[in-house]
Design a protein around this ligand. Structure first.
Ligand code: APR
Length: 268
């Protein structure tokens, strides 16, 4: 039998931690959707690397003039920027990959309790994950800025003669559910993520540089409580130094291997 590689040994350690945990929380980022054809944001072929990081005051501009924001959005929909249109097409065409499906399987096996995702692509839900917080929202949903009610995009009628669209429950201003730069994270998402970080006994980060807050704070809250952190990423991240187990590789390959290793332990 070939000598086990460091990755093989780390996978065994990770499987031991999963099989023995009672409440494992996972934070995912763009990397878990890379194998679904969606570009990451940072790194060599990242979206921000190519297009530049968007202005950090998008939310402030929206709140100053929601009608103007909607007029610009409808104009862009009619005459899209080629790069952003390409990203929108990639988002729409994307399907869950083996990584999303394996993470949902780990939830069914009882070794993943909750997923906090920074992704807005809906692929965790489509891939079968049920206990999910979309901390940056979901591009296929709309949200009321006053009462935080949410609807699938298709359920909101956007009348160009009557902008911005209004909430049927409280008449608040409605915008896309995706959290803009500078926008506060919706309270329900923040509270649930904090609760999960405070009650977990294992934390995993998958496919995130862990540079954006408050998302990157939750694994650190767990580690400060003495909870082991598992990192799954082809490259080092901002939290590599505090990870107890490091699985260097693509999520679509490593998560299915983790499912098999945990299944072996559960069969004993
Ligand atoms: N499997 C797992 N991880 C991968 C893969 C893969 N196949 N391919 C790339 N990665 C890793 C990269 O090494 C990197 O660490 O995914 C990570 C992607 O990092 P970012 O592009 O910074 O994406 P993310 O961490 O999700 O960004 C957080 O920034 O701009 C905001 O709102 C945006 O939600 C996003 C947030």
């Amino acid at each position: 039998m070939a000598d086990p590689t460091n990755l093989d040994l780390e996978l065994e350690r990770a499987a031991d931690l999963l099989a023995g945990c009672t409440h494992n929380v996972v934070l995912t980022g763009a990397g878990i959707s890379k194998e679904s054809g969606i570009p990451t944001f940072r790194g060599p072929d990242g979206l921000w690397t190519k297009l530049g990081v968007p202005a950090m005051d998008g939310y402030q501009k929206f709140m100053e003039n929601p009608r103007g924001w909607w007029e610009d959005r409808l104009a862009q929909d009619a005459n899209p920027d080629p790069d952003m249109e390409n990203f929108r097409v990639q988002l729409e065409a994307a399907e869950p990959n083996d990584g999303h499906r394996a993470l949902a399987e780990l939830e069914r096996m009882g070794v993943v309790s909750h997923v906090i995702t920074q992704n807005v692509d809906d692929l965790h839900r489509q891939g079968g994950t049920e206990s999910l917080t979309e901390i940056h929202g979901n591009t296929s949903w709309m949200r009321c800025m006053a009462c935080h009610a949410r609807w699938p995009e298709a359920e909101i009628i956007v009348d160009p003669e009557d902008l911005p669209p209004r909430c049927s429950q409280c008449n608040g201003v409605v915008k896309s559910d995706g959290v803009m730069f500078g926008e506060p994270i919706p309270p329900y998402a923040l509270q649930r993520s904090q609760l999960e970080a405070l009650q977990c006994d294992l934390f995993m980060i998958i496919g995130t540089t862990a540079q954006v807050y408050p998302a990157a704070e939750f694994p650190q809250i767990a580690v400060r409580r003495g909870v082991p952190l598992i990192e799954i990423d082809p490259d080092p991240t901002a939290l590599t130094a505090i990870a107890a187990v490091i699985l260097r590789g693509p999520a679509g390959e490593l998560l299915p291997r983790l499912v098999e290793a945990v299944r072996e332990r559960q069969a004993v």
